[in-house]
Write a new protein. Structure first.
Length: 159
């Protein structure tokens, strides 16, 4: 990719708002604001994803704003051969926002991590119990969040 194309992509991304409009057709609404056809925005973003310029576009749920006030990071010990299957099951729970494998570093037994959101501490504990029952995984530790320091989307900055 040439420098002019990168600058053009950077300029394009700067016009995409941090917070997508809450509407049935957010790209069309953004297009109206920027005088660009919404379908052209979608096509351009798809191309940028295919080229690796951007990795993904995803909604960020500010869970506290929708009364999910309790969070628990749960670490699970899962056998290597079960990681893929177990991770997919855990990730399928709507209350799980993150599910990922981590290296144990030979000093920590827990290799699969989930971030769970609930409306109460008991709600989180119930979700953990349901995940444990569905996966058969019983070796886990729960860490409840005390406070959130930062949650922002990635921003395009000038170089």
């Amino acid at each position: 990719m040439h420098r002019d194309e990168r600058e053009d992509d950077r300029s394009f991304l700067k016009n995409i708002p941090d917070d997508f409009p809450l509407s049935v057709e957010p790209y069309m609404e953004i297009g109206r604001r920027c005088s660009i056809d919404g379908d052209d925005i979608i096509a351009r973003l798809k191309k940028m994803m295919e080229e690796g310029t951007i990795r993904r576009i995803a909604a960020v749920l500010y869970h506290r704003n929708v009364s999910y006030t309790h969070n628990a990071m749960v670490v699970w010990r899962v056998e290597k051969e079960d990681i893929e299957k177990t991770g997919n099951i855990m990730a399928s729970f709507p209350e799980v926002s993150h599910c990922y494998e981590r290296d144990t570093g030979d000093y920590w037994e827990y290799n699969l991590y989930t971030m769970i959101h609930g409306k109460s501490r008991d709600d989180c504990l119930d979700i953990v119990r349901r995940i444990s029952d569905e996966t058969g995984k019983r070796d886990f530790k729960i860490f409840f969040s005390k406070r959130e320091f930062k949650k922002t989307s990635i921003r395009v900055v000038n170089e």
